[in-house]
Design a protein around this ligand. Structure first.
Ligand SMILES: [Zn+2]
Length: 87
């Protein structure tokens, strides 16, 4: 029987980019590359009659999407901060 070595892959929840997972140096478990990120945000606006809030929930984001999400959130939050409470 052939020794088939299947490397698990991780898929970006936003753009669909697929990359092979990395094997740990000490344990043998595969995990997603360190440069990958994730994004979980909960808004305040109710999106349905049950009161569920609008949210972003990306468990796996490739480096580009993770950085884009972080940069965008940081920019907007920074702008909000300078608007202050009176806005
Ligand atoms: Zn992506």
């Amino acid at each position: 029987m052939a020794d088939v070595n299947i490397i698990p892959k991780v898929r970006c929840d936003n753009c669909g980019h697929i990359e092979e997972k990395h094997k740990g140096q000490y344990d043998k478990a595969y995990s997603r590359p360190r440069t990958w990120g994730s994004c979980r945000m909960e808004g305040s606006r109710a999106t349905d009659s049950y009161g569920s809030k609008s949210r972003l929930d990306f468990t796996d984001l490739c480096p580009k999407c993770a950085q884009a999400a972080l940069d965008a959130a940081a920019d907007v939050l920074n702008a909000r901060r300078s608007e202050g409470e009176t806005a």
